[in-house]
Write a protein that binds this ligand. Structure first.
Ligand code: TAP
Length: 788
């Protein structure tokens, strides 16, 4: 036999990693864990089992967190929080650094324990998960060090309640803990029920690092325990990673509780291969996209979109490559695909594949050796699928690739965006012009060009649409655990409904006409045909406005959708439009001041108009200055953080400062390329409505700003429920804030609510600070590796 034949026919020998140390560690704990609360391990009454998915053996029993356990953990976190924050960033940085070092020192034990508990190949836990965990603590030690100078005017949220899934157990823990601790929060975290063990080992590392007690609390348990944490009144911030379904439950549960919420949810990420791509490279990328971690990856490239002209070649290459994948013991260092987390999950994968075949997909599974016993599923390809099929729309969360074809770049974008999700996307082309043209058009929080599944602590990770909101990692991730200091000093808003006067009152002289709605660049009669009176401070009727209803909101949202080209207008041109609006408002300043005076007793009407003009100048100035960033990620290449508009934003403007509050909200929204459907102050709507004359003469395209008057909370509810509204800003009463958050759960739109507090709209921070810029945009990270 010659050497070549020997190489080709040689069988793999097993290359197992020893699990002796990890088993010994479990034995030192008698294979029994409770929780880690207030710096100590606690015992629990009820426990559940955690098993090795590769062979079904029992690894340990773990405590099931009760309401009392969660109360104790939250109390410990609350007590510890002020001192932890007072320690200051540099002192916290030392602790984060110590944790990073301890993770590195214990990396092999952590990797083996992770593989035992989760079933992922040791190659991945050893070379990807655990090094990234250390990287996260290092990176955030840096943010702690720089906190005071880089995030002035901000403070910690308080206690963070965090719930994580089982697919990257320790990595998700690090994504949650590191920024929270760096920002000065204390934490109550629940690991997933299937994978609690590395979190328990991490708790030991916290003790070794001398972390003050109560700063990190880990409560084990199932979904109910997670719900006890996210709903707990002592928790100020909830960070959740998991399914979109549970994300929705948590959004509704926490509505109106004044908690900041970030959701990292599911995905059905497209993997787009153009005909000029390096096809072998793309196929190798695909292995990492869909067979990494058995495909149990939220950002898995699970939807292959391949250009029709090369589809047959690519599919043949994929099938050949699938025939070389090795499925087997996760502790074997030469294994590609390990075990599925649990039989429940495996059965779900099998059911979804069967449903796909029933829908007409063509099934391919390679003829490769499968392990006996254990929880395994073969690499699978479903080809010939159509975008509307369930398997092309719904997450399978397993090693199953769904493929379809496209003809033109425009069609690729259309199919890629035909999803309720928007987590990640991969674009493969040797034509950099094409790749960089496609990337911004994809509705996804992360785009990898000629690569896939690249992660780093310096680049934010998170989704668009129903993949959730908020970012983990990078500067943007730090803001998720901070809040502006002024928020603590706000006073509750005074309700000014202004509708309990006698409508028979004679119209005062200031009333000249009934103001209509403003939809799609036109003044429109309300659909219902009714008007509502507007009264002055002494009860005199000072005007009439349209009584908008659901239909008017729907028309306004449609008009906003038709104005989507506004996002593509250059920032310079958007700035110019804002300058025109300011100029035109300034020419009519007197008439706006007199309308303000007619509605309110405010003595500062002139000042409010002046401040409104200034605010327009402010956002005109910002329009072309909200630069993105080039993140320092450890690849040969760049990760570009681009600020993109949210899309259509529903805005309910406040009653206090009825003109300035309205302009303070719509100006930043449109400055950064959004369209708005705005509800002016319910009590004092006239000045905002008079703006349409200003807008019409300022070159603002029709549909970019739409104004609907009426019952604020009822109209805001329609906006919150509308699937084509991408974000909702609500500045009104506490009840309306709760409604806005709860009703937004349908399409998981991002909300920004006032929780019933009134801000000082004249104040530069409260009325025009960094929050406005961040709320008006979402960050997309585009990874572009380079070099031959
Ligand atoms: P989920 O069922 O959503 O579980 C995630 C976590 O939430 C688990 O700890 C779970 O506890 C807990 N939980 C369940 N019901 C809860 C409730 N009502 N309130 C609070 N917590 C609750 O997801 P999974 O099956 O573990 O993970 C798979 C999903 O996560 C996939 O959809 C995947 O796409 C997504 N995922 C997303 C990302 C990012 S970054 N976007 C990352 C990883 C995974 P139990 O463990 O006891 O069920």
């Amino acid at each position: 036999m010659d050497i070549m034949t020997a190489f080709k026919t040689m069988e793999y020998g097993p290359a197992p990693e020893s699990d002796a140390e990890a088993q010994a560690w479990l034995d030192t704990h008698n294979r029994s864990f409770g929780h880690f609360i207030d710096g100590a391990f606690t015992a629990t009454e009820t426990q559940f089992e955690t098993r090795n998915p590769a062979n079904g053996t029992l690894l340990a029993k773990v405590g099931s967190g009760s309401a009392a356990d969660v109360d104790a953990a939250v109390a410990a976190a609350r007590t510890a929080q002020p001192n932890w924050e007072k320690l200051g960033g540099p002192a916290r940085a030392r602790f984060l650094y110590a944790l990073a070092r301890l993770v590195q020192k214990n990396s092999r034990l952590l990797a083996v324990l992770e593989t035992l508990d989760n079933g992922k190949p040791i190659r991945e836990s050893r070379d990807i998960d655990i090094p990234l965990v250390a990287r996260h603590f290092y990176h955030h030690a840096g943010w702690a060090q720089l906190l005071e100078t880089e995030f002035p005017g901000h403070k910690a949220q308080g206690v963070a309640g965090q719930v994580i899934p089982w697919n990257f157990p320790l990595l998700m823990l690090s994504w949650k803990l590191a920024p929270a601790l760096a920002a000065g929060n204390t934490v109550v975290l629940k690991p997933a029920e299937y994978t609690p063990l590395t979190a328990m080992l991490f708790a030991e590392l916290c003790m070794q690092a001398g972390l003050p007690k109560g700063v990190v609390n880990i409560v084990n348990g199932q979904g109910e325990t997670g719900a006890l944490i996210s709903g707990h009144p002592g928790v100020n911030k909830v960070a959740f990673t998991g399914s979109t379904e549970v994300g929705r439950v948590i959004r509704r549960q926490t509505a109106g509780q004044g908690k900041k919420l970030t959701l990292e949810l599911g995905g059905k990420s497209p993997f787009i291969v153009f005909d000029d791509a390096d096809l072998d490279g793309a196929v190798e990328g695909l292995v990492d996209a869909i067979w990494f971690n058995q495909g149990q990856v939220c950002c898995a490239g699970s939807r292959l979109l391949v250009q029709e002209s090369v589809a047959d070649i690519v599919l043949a290459k994929i099938k050949a490559r699938m025939g070389k994948l090795r499925v087997g013991s996760p502790l074997d260092k030469s294994i590609d695909i390990g075990a599925i987390i649990d039989p429940v999950q495996r059965n779900q994968i099998a059911d979804r594949v069967a449903a796909g075949v029933a829908e007409g997909a063509i099934l391919f599974q390679p003829d490769i050796a499968m392990p006996e016993g254990g929880c395994f599923y073969p690499p699978t390809l479903l080809s010939g699928t159509e975008p509307a099929m369930t398997v092309a729309q719904e997450e399978i969360f397993g090693p199953v690739l769904v493929s379809m074809t496209f003809r033109t770049p425009a069609e690729a974008v259309q199919i890629a965006n035909n999803s309720r999700y928007g987590l990640a996307a991969s674009v493969w082309s040797e034509n950099i012009n094409l790749a960089l043209d496609i990337a911004p058009k994809l509705k996804a929080g992360i785009v990898w060009v000629n690569g896939t599944n690249m992660f780093d602590a310096a680049a934010g990770f998170g989704g668009y649409r129903e993949s959730g909101y908020g970012r983990e990692g990078g500067r943007e991730g730090m803001f998720e655990y901070l809040k502006p200091t002024y928020l603590d000093s706000l006073k509750p808003v005074k309700l000014m409904l202004n509708n309990d006067h006698d409508t028979k009152n004679a119209l005062s002289e200031t009333v000249d006409r009934t103001r209509k709605l403003y939809i799609g660049g036109k003044q429109t009669r309300p659909d219902g045909g009714y008007d509502r009176p507007v009264f002055g401070p002494k009860g005199a009727l000072v005007g009439q406005v349209g009584e908008g209803n659901r239909k008017d909101i729907r028309n306004a949202v449609e008009a906003a959708a038709n104005a989507s080209s506004w996002a593509g207008v250059s920032a310079h041109n958007r700035a110019q439009v804002l300058y025109y609006i300011a100029e035109n408002l300034s020419q009519r300043a007197d008439s706006f001041a007199s309308v303000l005076k007619s509605m309110t007793s405010a003595r500062n009407a002139e000042a409010e108009v002046e401040a409104s003009i200034d605010r327009l100048f402010h956002w005109a100035a910002w329009a072309d200055k909200l630069d993105g960033a080039v993140h320092n990620v450890p690849i040969r290449g760049v990760a570009l953080a681009m600020n993109e508009p949210m899309g259509t934003i529903g805005i309910a403007a406040p009653d206090e400062a009825p003109l300035l509050g309205f302009i303070a909200l719509i100006a930043p929204a449109i400055a950064f390329g959004n369209r708005v459907v705005a509800l002016p102050s319910q009590a004092h709507p006239l000045a905002a409505l008079d703006l349409y004359q200003v807008l019409e003469t300022s070159d603002l395209p029709a549909g970019v700003v739409n104004i609907v008057t009426g019952d604020r909370n009822a109209l805001a509810k329609t906006l919150a429920e509308h699937a084509n509204v991408d974000a909702l800003w609500f500045f009104g009463d506490a009840e309306g804030s709760k409604m806005a958050e709860a009703s937004s759960a349908g399409n998981l739109k991002r909300t920004w609510v006032s929780d019933g507090m009134a801000r000082d709209w004249f104040d530069a921070d409260q009325g025009a600070g960094g929050d406005f810029r961040r709320q008006a945009t979402q960050v997309k990270n585009i990874w572009v590796p380079y070099g031959e």
